[in-house]
Ligand binder design. Sequence first.
Ligand code: ADP
Ligand code: ASP
Ligand code: MG
Length: 406
Amino acid sequence: MGLVVMKFGGSSVANAEKIKNVARRVIQTRDKGNRVVVVVSAPGDTTDDLITMAEGITPEPDPREMDMLLATGEQISIALLGMAIKDKGCKAISLTGAQVGILTDNTHSNAKVKHIPTDKIRKELKRGNIVIVAGFQGVTENEDITTLGRGGSDLTAVALASVLKADVCEIFTDVMGVYTTDPRVVPEARKLDTISYDEMLEMAGLGAQVMQARSIEVAKKFNIDIHVRSTFSEAEGTFITREVQKMEDVVVRGIASDKNQAKISIIDLPDKPGEAARMFKDLADKHINVDMIIQSSASDGRNDISFTVGHKDLSKTLEVMERIRRELGAKDVIHDSNVAKVSIVGVGMRSHVGVAAKMFSALAREGINIEMISTSEIKISCVIKNTQVDKAVKAIHRVFNLDKKK
Ligand code: ADP
Ligand code: ASP
Ligand code: MG
């Protein structure tokens, strides 16, 4: 008898019909002789709606109370799914993160999982229950409720699969698997049969919403095979697995884009040792995550530095940069919130040449200007105007023949 972790995202539990469908699928897996642990997200847009509700009270909600609020979304789903499964004559029990004992640190809204005891879940499985766990939430040593970052139910599922030594971790969503790029943006996008942890990690970090990046880090660390598949179809989806040699034959596995970017430039800054260190330390102290950085070559002992941050950090970043401008005697701080990042990802880039040139030429042919570039061993990212992203993704998809099965 196997142990299966099945995670259903928000769109899979968005209404009563969908919840009944999830109950049917879960029971089907149980009827094949498996013990089943189910993880669910909040229904539909509930998490976004809860955030809007909080913003109606205050622009800066208290982090502890915010997590208390956001965790209620998943609690709706576990209760409704519990009812649906029991209504079909099967035994089930719903548990919050705190009831399972998912222990986290106290970084509200982005907590790290420290420990997951398995005794409670195992006891309920032994009693013949399908165990339904609320995704996205945990509890601190002080019994404060925490959440695990947006998309965090993926992390709950992978972490549970790891501690329970599950045979498989299935992530059910509203598309057939992981595609070469977002199939809602590019209809020619092709479903991938497999993708390596490193490729999925890059894709997720660069904007592919289908999996939460942190969940892939955990999967890689503990070698958990993940099967991403559709809630609404029986077809096989995509396996996220350890890298095998032949994966390098494919140069570009996929394309990701992120429209939530802003570019900030500090102009005419004295070119002295320690200035950049000082600036990025001040930003880090405010927990601002800086992504790409470029520095122009100095002339007359002065230069410009540009970098990108996520939209949500823009106003905080501008406050820090204005202070730095005054203190260091720079001329100006300018920003552009209409930029986006488009990236190609593939382990094959390690062993193939000319990949960047091909990407840049595809953009040039579409008249798209590249404002910044960054590369790593398995990815190339470009900052461009955000109005041109969809056109860029389509052009790059075409030039690397991603619509064709390799
Ligand atoms: P869930 O509610 O199941 O967690 P998400 O909305 O978080 O689902 O993720 C699924 C969505 O991710 C898809 O509807 C799709 O639009 C988007 N997506 C972005 N990039 C990709 C990709 N490369 N492959 C598949 N889906 C992608
Ligand atoms: N409901 C949470 C979110 O919307 C967690 C999740 O869906 O995985 O981010
Ligand atoms: Mg998700």
